[in-house]
Design a protein around this ligand. Structure first.
Ligand SMILES: [Cu+2]
Length: 131
C-alpha cells in the first residue's frame, strides 16, 4: 500500500460528517430562499374583492391589472350569480357568504350581471399589467 493511500484512510471519519452537515445546511438555505421568493410572487399577484350587498355589486366598476384575481362575496340572503355577458364565467347561484373567484388574464372590459336579478350589472376593467 502506498503511503498516500494510507494517509487518506487515516482521515478522521468526522470530516465526512461535517461535509454532510455543511451540504444539508446549504440545501436548507437554498430551500428557504426559494420559499421566500415564492411568497413574494404570491403577494405581488393582485387580488381584488367585490361585495354583493343590497342587490348590487360593490364596487360596480372595478379596475384591475391583467393576471389579477377577483373574488366576489355574497352578503345578501338572496341568491346571486356573477355571470359574464360574454360566455366567459358564470358562478351559478351563490348563497349568503359564498364566494366566487375568477382570474382575468387579458386586458379588456368585462361586463357581468346577476341572472336572478338582471338589473344588477357591473363591470371589471382589466388593464395591461405593469412589468
Ligand atoms: Cu342577484
Amino acid at each position: 500500500m502506498h503511503a498516500k493511500e494510507k494517509a487518506n484512510m487515516r482521515r478522521p471519519p468526522q470530516s465526512l460528517a461535517i461535509l454532510v452537515i455543511l451540504l444539508l445546511s446549504a440545501i436548507g438555505v437554498i430551500a428557504s430562499h426559494h420559499s421566500v421568493s415564492k411568497a413574494d410572487e404570491m403577494s405581488s399577484a393582485p387580488m381584488s374583492a367585490v361585495t354583493i350587498i343590497d342587490d348590487s355589486f360593490k364596487p360596480a366598476t372595478l379596475t384591475i391589472q391583467s393576471g389579477a384575481t377577483v373574488t366576489w362575496t355574497n352578503k345578501d340572503d338572496d341568491p346571486h350569480t356573477i355571470t359574464s355577458e360574454r360566455p366567459l364565467f358564470d358562478s351559478q347561484g351563490l348563497a349568503q357568504e359564498d364566494t366566487y373567484s375568477f382570474v382575468f388574464r387579458k386586458p379588456g372590459t368585462y361586463k357581468y350581471y346577476c341572472k336572478v336579478h338582471p338589473f344588477m350589472k357591473a363591470v371589471v376593467i382589466v388593464t395591461e399589467a405593469h412589468s
